[in-house]
Write a protein that binds this ligand. Structure first.
Ligand code: AGP
Length: 605
C-alpha cells in the first residue's frame, strides 16, 4: 500500500512532490524517495523513515527539475531501508511502484544471467531494469508496454526517462492510479487525496491502462496500446475535514467528530419530511433478493458481522458474511438473485477489490459501501452507498466504522420495509431513533474520563479479552482489533459463550476482561459468562447501556452508554472501546495516526 506521486510542470516540482508525499503517508511510511530530471540527469534521493527525513535531505541538497516522481513505501519485498526505498533508478529510467510482482524472482534471475546487477531486494528494481533493457530497442511507451506484459501480479507505476525529459508514464494493474490536470502542469497519484491540494480535475486509470503525461497534455492507452479517452471527474474538496485543527492527532479528531459524521451520513439517507429512507436504484428488486453476502476486511469485516444480526432480525433474507481474502479463493456458488455487498472505507483494499472483481466476472449484482466514492471498489460495483463521513486519515478506523454500521443498518431497514417484514409503525419509529444517534454519541464520548482511568490498567497486562454475545460479539472483535493495532498489546475478541470451550484457560489473576453487555436478550447469559471469568481472577471492565446497577465488588469499573434500543447498541458500545484503545496507545507513547507495520489502505494482498 505505497503512495505514488508524479508531476510534469512548467516550474520546479520537488516541493509539491514532498507536500503530496506527506498527504500520502497514510498509505505507507517505512521509507520515502524522489527522483527529478534536471540538467539531463535523473536525480534520485531517498531514505528510510518518514517524509520529513527526505525533506531534510532536500534542504541540504535541493533537487531541481520540472519533471519528477515520488514515493512513500510500505515494505512488501525487502526490509524498510534506504536501498529498498523507491524510486529505483538506472541512468536511463526511474520507477516508483505500488503492488506486488509475483514473478519477480524468475525475472530477476533472467536479468542476472544477462549480467545485470541489482542493488536492492525489491521487486520494483526488476521493473526498472526491464524497462531500461527494452528502451534500447523502442520508445518509452513501447518499452513500458513490453515490460508490463512480462509482469505477473499487481502494479501502479510512475516512470521518468533521462532521454525523454518531458514525459512521465503511468501504468495500472490491480493498484489504484489517478491523473490530475492543471494549467501548465499535470499529475499522477495513487489516489485523488494526494492530488486534491493541486487540482479537483481527476481521471482514474483502469486495470491494464497506461498514460503519458507532459505538462501540457495527458494521453491514455488501453491494453491493446490504443489511444482512449478517460472521463474527467470534478472531485469534491472535503480537504477542510482532513486537517487536525486543534486535535493532537487525526484519530482523536475522527473519534470526536463522530456525532457530526453520523448526522451527515444519516441526513444523506433519511427524508425527514416523508419519514422515509432514500435508498433507490437497487440492482436487484429488493423483494426478490434471495440472499445477501457481505464481504470486507478488518474493521470493515466487523461491520459486516454486525449487519448480519440486523438483516436476520429485520428481514427474511438469508445473510452470509465473509472475509475478502477468503472469499476471493472460495469455490462460490454464484446466484443471480443474490446481492453481494462489499464494505471498504478506502475502496482500494486489494482483497476486497479482487472479491468484487470475481463477482463481476460471474455476472452477479454488487453493491459497495465506501467512504471514497471515486475509489476502485466504488467505480467497479453496480451500486454505491457512500458513508459520507469525510476523509479518514488515522490508520485505525473509527468514524468510518460508524458510517459503515449506520449505512448497513439503514439498508437493512429499507429492505425490510420494502419486503413488508416490519410494520410501518416500527419503520417510522426506527427512523426517528436513527435521528437521535448523533446526540447519543456525544453522551458516549463523555465516558472518556472513566476510560482514561481504565486505560492505565492495561499497560502492564500481558494481554486482554473482549467478550460479547449477539451483535456485541463483533464489537468485541473490533475493540480488540483497535487495542492491538494502536497499542501493540495482545487482545482477543471472543463470543462470551465460547469461553468455557478453551479460552477460559487464558484467564488468570488480574487479566483485564472487557465484558460488553447491552440490555438485550443476551444480558443475563453474558453476566453468567462474566462470573466464570471472575471466578478465575479476571479483572472485569463492564460496558453496557443497561440502567441496571453495575455495582459489584467483582467489577473493576463500569462504563454506561445511552440506550437507544437493542438494535442500535453496537453503534453506542463501540465508542468507549475506541477511546480505550486510543488512551492505552497514548500512555504507551505509540504513534496514534500511523501505527507500526500498518497502512491505511491495504492495496496489496
Ligand atoms: C481498521 O482499524 C484497520 N486499519 C483495517 O482493519 C481496515 O479496516 C481494513 O484494512 C479494511 O480497510 P478498508 O475499509 O479501507 O477496506
Amino acid at each position: 500500500m505505497c503512495g505514488i506521486i508524479g508531476i510534469a510542470s512548467n516550474k520546479p516540482v520537488s516541493v509539491n512532490i514532498i507536500n503530496s508525499l506527506k498527504k500520502l503517508e497514510y498509505r505507507g511510511y517505512d521509507s520515502a524517495g524522489i527522483a527529478t530530471l534536471s540538467d539531463g540527469f535523473i536525480n534520485e534521493k531517498k531514505c528510510s523513515g518518514r517524509v520529513d527525513e527526505l525533506e531534510k535531505i532536500l534542504f541540504k541538497t535541493p533537487s531541481n527539475g520540472n519533471i519528477g516522481i515520488g514515493h512513500v513505501r510500505w515494505a512488501t519485498h525487502g526490509t524498510p531501508s534506504t536501498i529498498n526505498a523507491h524510486p529505483h533508478s538506472t541512468e536511463e529510467v526511474s520507477v516508483v511502484h505500488n503492488g506486488i510482482i509475483e514473478n519477480s524472482d524468475e525475472l530477476k534471475k533472467k536479468l542476472e544471467n544477462r549480467g545485470l546487477a541489482f542493488k536492492s531486494q525489491t521487486d520494483t528494481e526488476v521493473i526498472t531494469l526491464l524497462i531500461t533493457e527494452a528502451l534500447k530497442e523502442s520508445n518509452p511507451l513501447n518499452a513500458v508496454f513490453t515490460t508490463i506484459q512480462k509482469l505477473k501480479g499487481s502494479f501502479a507505476l510512475g516512470i521518468i526517462f533521462k532521454n525523454f525529459s518531458n514525459i512521465i508514464i503511468g501504468a495500472r494493474r490491480g493498484s489504484p492510479l489517478a491523473v490530475g490536470y492543471s494549467e501548465q502542469e499535470n499529475f499522477l497519484g495513487s489516489d485523488s487525496y494526494a492530488l486534491k491540494s493541486m487540482t479537483n480535475k481527476i481521471s482514474y486509470l483502469d486495470d491494464g491502462e497506461l498514460c503519458v503525461l507532459t505538462k501540457d497534455r495527458v494521453d491514455f492507452y488501453d491494453t491493446e496500446q490504443k489511444k482512449i479517452n478517460k472521463k474527467i471527474h470534478l472531485v469534491s474538496d472535503e480537504d477542510n475535514t482532513s486537517n487536525k485543527g486543534s486535535y493532537k492527532n487525526f484519530m482523536s479528531k475522527e473519534i470526536f467528530e463522530q456525532p457530526i459524521a453520523a448526522k451527515k451520513c444519516i441526513s444523506e439517507y433519511i427524508d425527514s419530511l416523508k419519514k422515509d429512507i432514500n435508498i433507490y436504484n437497487f440492482p436487484i428488486d429488493p423483494k426478490l433478493i434471495n440472499k445477501i453476502i457481505l464481504v470486507g476486511c478488518g474493521t470493515a469485516y466487523h461491520s459486516c458481522l454486525v449487519a448480519k444480526y440486523w438483516f436476520e432480525e429485520l428481514t427474511n433474507v438469508e445473510v452470509e458474511i465473509d472475509i475478502a481474502s477468503e472469499f476471493r479463493y472460495r469455490k462460490i456458488k454464484f446466484n443471480k438473485k443474490n446481492l453481494y455487498i462489499f464494505v471498504s472505507q478506502s475502496g482500494e483494499t486489494a482483497d476486497t477489490a479482487a472479491a468484487l472483481d470475481i463477482c463481476k466476472k460471474n455476472n452477479v449484482k454488487t453493491c459497495s459501501i465506501v467512504n471514497v466514492v471515486e475509489s476502485t471498489i466504488a467505480r467497479n460495483a453496480d451500486w454505491v452507498l457512500p458513508i459520507h463521513v469525510g476523509p479518514e486519515i488515522g490508520v485505525a478506523s473509527t468514524k468510518a466504522f460508524l458510517g459503515q454500521l449506520i449505512v448497513l443498518y439503514i439498508l437493512s431497514l429499507k429492505i425490510s420495509s420494502l419486503r413488508n417484514n416490519i410494520s410501518s409503525d416500527f419503520y417510522s419509529l426506527s427512523i426517528e431513533n436513527l435521528k437521535k444517534i448523533p446526540e447519543k454519541l456525544k453522551k458516549c464520548l463523555e465516558t472518556e474520563t472513566n476510560i482514561q482511568l481504565m486505560a492505565k490498567e492495561f499497560l502492564k497486562a500481558k494481554g486482554s479479552m473482549f467478550l460479547g454475545r449477539g451483535s456485541s460479539f463483533p464489537i468485541a472483535l473490533e475493540g480488540a482489533l483497535k487495542l492491538k493495532e494502536l497499542s501493540y498489546l495482545h487482545a482477543e475478541g471472543y463470543p462470551a459463550g465460547e469461553m468455557k470451550h478453551g479460552p477460559l484457560a487464558l484467564i488468570e489473576e488480574g487479566l483485564p476482561v472487557i465484558v460488553i453487555a447491552p440490555k438485550d436478550k443476551y444480558f443475563e447469559k453474558t453476566l453468567s459468562n462474566m462470573q466464570e471469568v471472575i471466578a478465575r481472577g479476571g479483572k472485569i471492565f463492564f460496558i453496557t447501556d443497561n440502567k441496571k446497577s453495575l455495582i459489584s465488588e467483582n467489577i473493576r469499573s463500569g462504563i454506561r452508554v445511552p440506550f437507544l434500543g437493542d438494535l442500535l447498541s453496537p453503534i453506542m458500545l463501540t465508542i468507549p472501546l475506541q477511546l480505550l484503545a486510543y488512551h492505552v496507545a497514548l500512555l504507551k507513547g505509540c504513534d496514534i495516526d500511523k501505527p507500526r507495520n500498518l497502512a491505511k489502505s491495504v492495496t496489496v494482498e
